[in-house]
Design a protein around this ligand. Sequence first.
Ligand code: 1HE
Length: 269
Amino acid sequence: MTSSFEPITGLLATLDLLQISQAGAVMHVRLNRPAKRNAISDALVQQIHTCMINLPESARAMVVSGAGDHFCAGLDLSELVQRDMQGAILHSRMWHAAFDAIQFGTVPVVAVLHGAVVGGGLELAAACQIRVAEDSAYFGLPEGQRGIFMGGGGSVRIPRLMGTARMSDMMLTGRVYDADEGDRAGLVQYRVRDGEGLAKGIALAQKMAANAPMTAFAVMHALPRIVEQSPSEGLFTESLMAAAASNTPEAQARLRAFLEGKAAKVTKS
Ligand code: 1HE
């Protein structure tokens, strides 16, 4: 299944810290700094941003993974220089821009996680819609040990996955969750054996790519915002989004196909 992926050409091919390929509507973006455990340097975060805002129109879903033995070692600590207030805020905002471009981008993203998923690596994974963890994956937030705080959106996104108490414990005590613990805590939606993550991620991306684009848009852009609204506002936003989605020709065609017995039924997987 993975063999049909072809290296991307054009602008995305110039991003040397990413290995980007495409098979049909599915993109595969691999963090490609294995010698540094895919630590996120300024250049890498900028390349992630550039990638996300320049995806081909044919892309409908994406898988992100890491080269080597680890998904991502977080912030490149060798670049952690002392900055003035404004510079430090802007540095964090650069990460926010890149990871927002994942969460609120054009295609849903599956993160395939193995080895270390720590600090900024977990922040990156948390910006994706789906996380698949292999046996080897483990999750840590060593910011406390390093004397820093997170800056890549983790304090907003990670508590929404695992709760503030669990995240505080990780940061204050250095607690590391293994793949099963991360699964139980809500950090991941799928648990697979070592070596099976990419195939699972691609299979999930193929399913997502087959949805009506408006549904993917609604789930990515409306759902997280509805969750943040008051129930009354949320219900109204839901109605607006529902009206917009059902009035597309694609929705009408899909509904007709079901009523004519031409579309798949819902079955147990
Ligand atoms: C790095 C980094 C890095 C590895 N920045 N260079 N993140 C951390 O605190 C995690 C720090 N890293 C580790 O705990 C370990 O490296 C790993 C568990 C991820 C991997 O261990 P291992 O034994 O496979 O590799 P290694 O021998 O530790 O590292 C290999 C090389 O990668 C080595 O460089 P070399 O030149 O000596 O070969 C390491 O220095 C380098 N390396 N991780 C820079 N993180 C927006 S705010 C986000 C805040 C954070 O992310 S804080 C968490 C930072």
